[in-house]
Design a binder for this molecule. Structure first.
Ligand SMILES: [Zn+2]
Ligand SMILES: [Zn+2]
Length: 111
């Protein structure tokens, strides 16, 4: 995945590392659709952004998505990989449309 400079800057902050830790402590199990649907107990080791940070273009909104607790999802490494594969397995146009809708909803609600 190509990551832009702002994203890399944000992901390397102490603020992100602390928030990530806080999220994993608050929700130590994988919250992916598959695990929650099957009530699987999978330890989460990573934190996923529900609305991708890179779905917005300006740094202020990126920062909001990056650090919004409600935009975080605890996931296991395996499930995280799967989520990202699924995000890219659909045709790009559909993913883009779905992301735009989700992003807009999120922005309307929280920004
Ligand atoms: Zn999972
Ligand atoms: Zn992710």
């Amino acid at each position: 995945m190509s990551k832009d400079a702002n994203y890399i800057k944000l992901i390397n902050t102490t603020r992100w590392r602390q928030l990530r830790l806080k999220k994993l402590q608050a929700q130590p199990l994988c919250e992916c659709d598959e695990c929650t649907a099957n009530e699987k107990i999978t330890p989460a080791t990573e934190v996923h952004h529900i609305v991708p940070v890179e779905s917005v273009n300006n740094i202020e909104q990126m920062e909001t998505l990056m650090f919004a607790f409600k935009n975080l999802m605890s996931v296991s490494h395996e499930c995280h990989v799967k989520i990202h594969q699924e995000m890219f397995s659909h045709s790009k146009v559909n993913v883009k449309k779905a992301n735009e809708k989700r992003t807009k909803r999120f922005i309307d609600k929280y920004l």
